[in-house]
Write a protein that binds this ligand. Sequence first.
Ligand SMILES: C[S@@+](CC[C@H](N)C(=O)[O-])C[C@H]1O[C@@H](n2cnc3c(N)ncnc32)[C@H](O)[C@@H]1O
Length: 293
Amino acid sequence: MTTFRECWQAALYGPDGFYRRERPAAHFRTSVHASELFGQAIARLARAVGADEVVDIGAGSGELGKVLRAEGLSVLDIELDDELPASLTGLVIANEWLDNIPCDVAELDENGVPRYLLADLTPGNVVDGNDLAWLQTWWPLHEPGDRAEIGTARDQAWADVVHRLTDGSVAVAIDYGHLRAGRPPYGTVTGFRDGRECDPLLDGSCDVTAHVALDSLGGSLLLQRDALRALGVSATRPSLDLAQTDPLRYLSELSSAGEAAELQDPSGLGGFGWVWTANGEDTVRRASRALSA
Ligand SMILES: C[S@@+](CC[C@H](N)C(=O)[O-])C[C@H]1O[C@@H](n2cnc3c(N)ncnc32)[C@H](O)[C@@H]1O
């Protein structure tokens, strides 16, 4: 029988897979869909690190690129059938890409041995090699029945991006995730369909996703709420005086503040992690400065 991961891969990216047919915005809401303020902040980051081009990996319907082009940047959208260029220059963004990279799921059996789960959620082969080393380092399982998503596939995908960065370039992975100290004992695989969370069926009828082990990716890590604040996204509501003197400006600033609050909500998008790597000392300095409050 196929493993959970193989079946997940086919369900999302096989010939009739979910992402072959569906637009992400029809099923869930990312920061890109929530507000143009997100893209404008990414544009500020690009300028701060001296990047003229942004590469958007897992670009979906290209909404981020639209905002960035309006900000005067050139954009390369990378989607399913596109090859990753041999070298990546400028600012590379992967917003909610890694959580959609299928990974193996391990479960501890009654003898305390981690086994790969099969597509029907029964235990299969014993976890070994790099996957076992990853589990032991990043997501140790304790009790029979404990489950973990093995992060090697995501780590490899991200390492492949970082490896291609030219001198002076920066890569940022933005996603929901967890850290070693707080991994959930039963894993996080779930589904989304038509804007609602649903059972993660591996039949191509829904998105299937799992939180990302952000610390195992390597790189510097901060929360989206802090990153956006550092990049000048303000959730401060306009004063009521402005409503008297300039009602249109008041309404526009109020709406902006509402969107910023959604992007920075600690229990929602604001709690996402930004994991970044810059290539070159000067670029590291510029990126650190831009992302520090
Ligand atoms: C959750 S959506 C995010 C879309 C967009 N970045 C956003 O924030 O709205 C994930 C996207 O990653 C794309 N994707 C998955 N694996 C990919 C790969 N290997 N190369 C390029 N795109 C990929 C999917 O097709 C999907 O459009």
